[in-house]
Each structure stands twice: as structure tokens, then as C-alpha cells.
Design a protein around this ligand. Structure first.
Ligand SMILES: Cc1ncc(COP(=O)(O)O)c(C=O)c1O
Length: 402
């Protein structure tokens, strides 16, 4: 039998890596708000697989739905040909939750794939090619989504990317003048994630909506991260008086299984049938995963977990007061501690892991420490994690003085 040490070197040798310094925690099992390593050490999870495990690890309702569906049938046909109960029920449940015209959903396998579908849909509906995205936005890593990013160093090696893409400053209303009758879509995260959990200001999204309607441009809102209850409502756009033409979701939908979706009007979605097979996928709408998503939605609808995210945010904010924390950004359980420097952010993430608390970074804000736990995280667990964060920061300050 190979040892954990073998696994560490095999992990680097055989499994493709994304950075030279992965956290490398070797997982034995996970339950609720905790992940356990091979030595039985428990890690309190303030990350939830980066906003994905909405109901905590292996929530009984999700596990039961997966098992039940796996016993009945798994993959039986490519997306859209057969009527498969879980996928249809999920699309109908989303339609009941969403306002007009967001009534028709296309299920895919990941967030970036949902964004690719949304880009294609916007081009197909408008017959235009220009896309406008925000600076410091993240929409995924496949070619189309990557093209939307304005981080040149990460894009350059993969050029040529999609043409006709322009970037505007998030929350700058003057920049909205550049949206024109040439623009197929404006693509924004409702709450910017990688940029540092930045909320839209006052009427910003309402004004974006207005300008898009004036120019016949589709508004695509990426709710892959805030969606599915993380910020006090099922979707964050509900809080900003702005209904998009295309809503993109993923991450927390199935509480830890791979899924994405984009939702639009029936009329718009129908354009993907002309030409025939305008957008296709083998595994999109997979019945086991759709069953997990339905179970997740069911729990969110039947409990106060969504509104509780705001109470939990207040608790985090009241506990995490420390000179090393300059600011706490975000809403609900999508919070970023903005530290006084990137060095403190790195220290906190790495030391917390050693002490059994999982924190993580954000893509474009090096001073940020992400807190995006399962929505089921208890008040006692919040207190436990915050006490450790404060202790580590005290220790950092003491060592800096000495
Ligand atoms: C806002 C946003 N959009 C898109 C994506 C891409 O989703 P996925 O990693 O499932 O492709 C992410 C993932 O972090 C995200 O946070």
C-alpha cells in the first residue's frame, strides 16, 4: 500500500497541477463543515470547495437523492433528447423561483461551460459579436470565458482568443455610454468575486440594465458564485432591481457535484435549435447530478439557510475585528478579509491550514482572504474559526514586533 508520502510525490508527478505550491491536504473523508485528513485531523472548512458545497459535505438529503437516482438510472442519453425527471424537475423548479423572462434553462457541466453557452446565445440572438465585460472579472477558464478576462499575463500565452471584447470599470456608470447597438452582450458578475467580493453600487446594475435595453444588448449576469443562496436571496440580482436576459449559474447548485446552467427566455433559447444542434452536450442535465441539485434547492427552500447567511455575516463581522484586517468585503457567506498586505494574507491562509482551519485566496486581490463556507456552518463553528483567526493574527503581530 502506498503511504501518504508517496501520494504527495505521486500527486505532483502524475496529476496535472495548477500551481507549483498546491495546499496538498490529503483527504480521508468529509462531513458537514469538516474535512478530515488521513491522520484523522479535522479541518474546519471556511471555503466549501470554493463556494461549491452549499449544504456542507455529504449532506444527507443530497447523498440520498444521488443514491436513489443512481439506483434508478444514470446516463441514458445526450442532453435534451429523452425526458429525464430530475433534469426537467430542476428546470421547472428554477422557473418557479425566477422572474419573467427567465423561464427556460439549459443544463451543462460547469460554470465556464454555462458561460460559453451564454456567449453563444447572446451572439445568436443579436447577430452581433462585441462583448463587454468588467475589469478584474472572472467567468471561467475555457477559451470564451478566458477571453472575457482582462488579465493580460494570464491570457497572452493562449492567444488568439475571442475578438471584439472590451472591458469597462465595474461600478463606473459613465463607462456604460460605450455600450452600443454593436454590443451583443454585457457580461458582469452580480457581485465581483476574484476582484475582492465587490458589490454593485446603488443603482449601477439598474443603469446597466437600462442601457442594455436601449441598445438591444443582452445583459448576462454571472451568478456562479453568489447564486444558490450565498448572499441572502436565492440569486443576488434579486437585491439590485435588475433582471438579466441570461442568468448563468453553477458552483453551489448541486452542493458539491459538477453542474452549470444558463437560463433565458423560451424565445431566446429556441434560437439554439437553428441551426439544429446549435449547442449540445453529452452529460449536461445528468440525472444523478440534477437530482443532487433538486435536493439542494429543496433544502434551501424549506429551511432558513438563505436568510441566515445575513445573520452569519453579522456574526463574522462582529468577531473579526483586528488591526491586521483593514476591511471585510462581500455579503452573506461570500466574505473577503482585506488584510493590510499580501504577506499577512499568505501567512493567515497557510498558518490556519496547519491549525485546522481552511481559508483561501482570491484570484485578483492579493490582500484578500476568502471566507465562503457551507451555508450550513453553525454559529459555534463561526466562533471557533474566528477565534483561531484572531489568535493567528495576534501571533503574527507579536512576531513582527520582536
Ligand atoms: C464568477 C465565476 N464565474 C465562473 C466561474 C467558472 O466556474 P467553473 O470553475 O465551474 O468553470 C467561477 C469559478 O470560480 C466563478 O467564480
Amino acid at each position: 500500500m502506498s503511504t501518504s508520502k508517496d501520494h504527495q510525490s505521486n500527486f505532483r508527478a502524475y496529476q496535472s497541477q495548477t500551481t507549483p505550491h498546491p495546499l496538498g491536504l490529503e483527504v480521508s473523508h468529509a462531513s458537514g463543515s469538516y474535512i478530515y485528513d488521513l491522520q484523522g485531523k479535522a479541518y474546519l472548512d471556511f471555503i466549501a470547495g470554493v463556494s461549491a458545497v452549499s449544504l456542507g459535505h455529504s449532506h444527507p438529503a443530497v447523498v440520498a437523492a444521488v443514491k436513489q437516482q443512481a439506483d434508478k438510472y444514470m446516463h441514458v442519453m445526450v442532453y435534451g433528447e429523452f425526458i429525464q425527471g430530475p433534469a426537467l424537475d430542476l428546470c421547472m423548479a428554477l422557473a418557479r423561483e425566477l422572474p419573467d423572462p427567465l423561464q427556460t434553462t439549459y443544463l451543462v457541466n460547469s460554470g465556464t461551460e454555462a458561460m460559453e453557452g451564454a456567449i453563444k446565445l447572446a451572439r445568436r440572438v443579436t447577430g452581433r459579436s462585441e462583448l463587454i465585460a468588467a475589469k478584474n472579472a472572472y467567468h471561467g477558464n475555457t477559451i470564451g470565458s478566458l477571453s472575457l478576462m482582462d488579465f493580460e499575463a494570464r491570457k497572452a500565452p493562449f492567444r488568439p482568443l475571442l475578438p471584439d471584447i472590451r472591458h469597462i470599470e465595474f461600478n463606473n456608470t459613465q463607462a456604460l455610454e460605450t455600450i452600443s447597438t454593436k454590443t451583443a452582450a454585457v457580461i458582469l458578475e452580480t457581485i465581483q468575486g476574484g476582484a475582492g467580493f465587490i458589490l454593485p453600487e446603488a443603482d449601477y446594475l439598474k443603469k446597466v440594465r437600462q442601457r442594455c435595453s436601449e441598445t438591444g444588448t443582452l445583459l448576462i449576469l454571472d451568478e456562479i458564485q453568489p447564486g444558490f443562496g450565498r448572499t441572502g436571496t436565492l440569486f443576488a440580482f434579486e437585491q439590485f432591481s435588475c433582471i438579466p436576459d441570461i442568468l448563468v449559474m453553477g458552483k453551489g447548485m448541486a452542493s458539491g457535484l459538477p453542474i452549470g446552467a444558463f437560463t433565458a427566455s423560451r424565445e431566446h433559447m429556441d434560437t439554439l435549435q437553428d441551426p439544429k444542434l446549435g449547442h449540445i452536450t453529452t452529460f449536461g442535465g445528468n440525472p444523478v447530478i440534477a437530482a443532487a441539485a433538486l435536493a439542494t434547492l429543496n433544502v434551501l427552500q424549506k429551511t432558513s439557510l438563505i436568510s441566515d447567511t445575513l445573520k452569519k455575516e453579522s456574526l463574522f463581522r462582529s468577531l473579526l475585528i483586528h488591526p491586521a484586517i483593514s476591511e471585510i468585503r462581500g455579503r452573506g457567506l461570500m466574505l473577503a478579509l482585506i488584510m493590510e498586505s499580501p504577506v499577512v494574507a499568505d501567512y493567515l491562509v497557510l498558518e490556519a491550514e496547519k491549525e485546522g482551519l481552511l481559508l483561501f485566496w482570491l484570484l485578483f486581490e492579493p490582500r484578500a482572504v476568502r471566507i465562503s463556507p457551507p451555508l450550513t456552518l453553525s454559529e459555534a463553528e463561526i466562533t471557533e474559526g474566528c477565534t483561531l483567526i484572531l489568535r493567528l493574527l495576534d501571533r503574527y503581530e507579536k512576531s513582527a514586533v520582536n
